[in-house]
Design a protein around this ligand. Structure first.
Ligand SMILES: C[S@@+](CC[C@H](N)C(=O)[O-])C[C@H]1O[C@@H](n2cnc3c(N)ncnc32)[C@H](O)[C@@H]1O
Ligand code: SF4
Length: 364
């Protein structure tokens, strides 16, 4: 039993008010869902996982979606109370929720804070009306600005999501938007390049993302600008000072234990010396040390700090230096894509531009 190991909990709410044409996250547009019944099911799931890892301490809880700001605050409070009844919390746990800017009711953010949320992540996506419309969002710029204001007033820890590298976006336009994004006093920014996902309305309409060269230029500008303006990159798409890095998302990239509650949520637990992958509802598959090591490599190189070799060994029981493809490592180091020290392995700035290539080469 890994006594007092940290545990993160992801709670997935699969409902949205409408479907955005670029999004392939699991979600349903359904009115009148029976929230009470669903939340009772979630409580049963929590109990199932508690039986497996009763001694863990909760480091973070993340309500993601879909649109979890549609959950009534009373049920958020109920779930958080249930978690507190089952496990102990670490000191200052991070309790996040993803919200969409068009509030359901006037004091939504205040009520979410009262229900126990202490970090709010707002899906703004664009800072001009034309692009919000293009992205099929149900909010306009005024509503986004109003919500950002509300969020910064009601929470001490906050973030917004923006999608850039939109088909007709120029670097100059993005520079302006980025400048505005850093002017709100937010603690964290998540900035994603638009991906055209198979099966989405954008894919069906034949909408193309920006070409690789232009998108790379925008990415490099983003990283440099934010580094100079108080938001250093700590993960491919995430920017914040050390204090405000998302502890929840870092658990995925570091390979720490987490459980997933709700349809399409998944989890990873180390029980004794064995690794398990879980998918809804409670399907459990044992992963070999090599399979887990591959996941750790894939996720860990997304972090600016890269992979700590001791942490890698503690989790999967393999030495990173023996696990990776040594020839590829030498080549990638010579090309300036990777920095390998006795204690860590990390991608360089140039390496971040070709991260998928690096990972595919390093995997044995
Ligand atoms: C789970 S999603 C949705 C959160 C929330 N429902 C919303 O719409 O704001 C998390 C984030 O992924 C990003 N995202 C989703 N689909 C994307 C795509 N095709 N390309 C780039 N970013 C995407 C968006 O920034 C979104 O806020
Ligand atoms: S982007 Fe958010 S609101 Fe839009 S469909 Fe996806 S999960 Fe729902």
């Amino acid at each position: 039993m890994n006594t007092h190991a940290p545990l993160s909990i992801y709670i997935h709410w699969p409902y949205c008010k409408s479907k955005c044409p670029y999004c392939d996250f699991f979600k349903t547009v359904k009115k009148d869902v029976n929230q009470k019944e669903i939340i009772n099911g979630y409580i049963e799931e929590l109990k199932f996982y508690h039986d497996l890892v009763p001694e863990h301490n909760i480091r973070s809880v993340f309500f993601g979606g879909g649109t979890p700001s549609l959950i009534e605050p009373q049920y958020i409070e109920l779930l958080l109370n249930e978690i507190a009844n089952l496990w102990s919390f670490e000191n200052l746990p991070e309790i996040s929720l993803e919200a969409n800017p068009n509030s359901e009711y006037p004091d939504m953010f205040k009520q979410l804070r009262k229900a126990g949320i202490n970090r709010l992540s707002l899906g703004v996506q664009a800072l001009n009306d034309a692009d919000l419309k293009f992205l099929g969002r149900t909010h306009n710029l005024n509503q986004a600005l109003h919500s950002i204001d509300e969020v910064t007033k009601n929470f001490n820890n906050h973030s917004i999501d923006l999608i850039y590298a939109r088909p007709s976006q120029t670097l100059t336009e993005w520079e302006k938007e980025l400048q505005q994004a850093t002017s709100f006093g937010l603690k964290h920014l998540s900035l994603y390049q638009l991906t055209i996902e198979e099966g989405t309305v954008f894919a069906k309409k034949g909408i193309k993302s920006l070409d690789d060269e232009q998108a790379s230029k925008m990415y490099q500008y983003t990283v440099d600008y934010l580094r100079d303006n108080g938001y250093p990159r700590y993960e491919v798409s995430n920017f914040a000072s050390k204090t405000y890095q998302s502890r929840h998302n870092k658990c995925y990239w570091l390979g720490d234990d987490y459980i997933g509650i709700g349809t399409s949520a998944h989890g990873r637990l180390k029980i004794g010396n064995k690794h398990y992958a879980f998918v809804h509802p409670h399907l459990q598959e044992e992963l070999s040390d090599n399979e887990r090591a591959e996941e750790l490599l894939l996720m860990g190189l997304r972090l600016e700090e890269g992979i700590n070799k001791q942490h890698f060994y503690n989790i999967c029981g393999l030495e990173l230096d023996n696990f990776i493809n040594v020839e590829a490592l030498q080549q990638l180091s010579q090309l300036g894509f990777i920095e390998n020290t006795p204690t860590s392995l990390k991608a360089t700035d140039q390496g971040f531009l070709v991260l998928d290539y690096i990972i595919s080469k390093l995997c044995p």
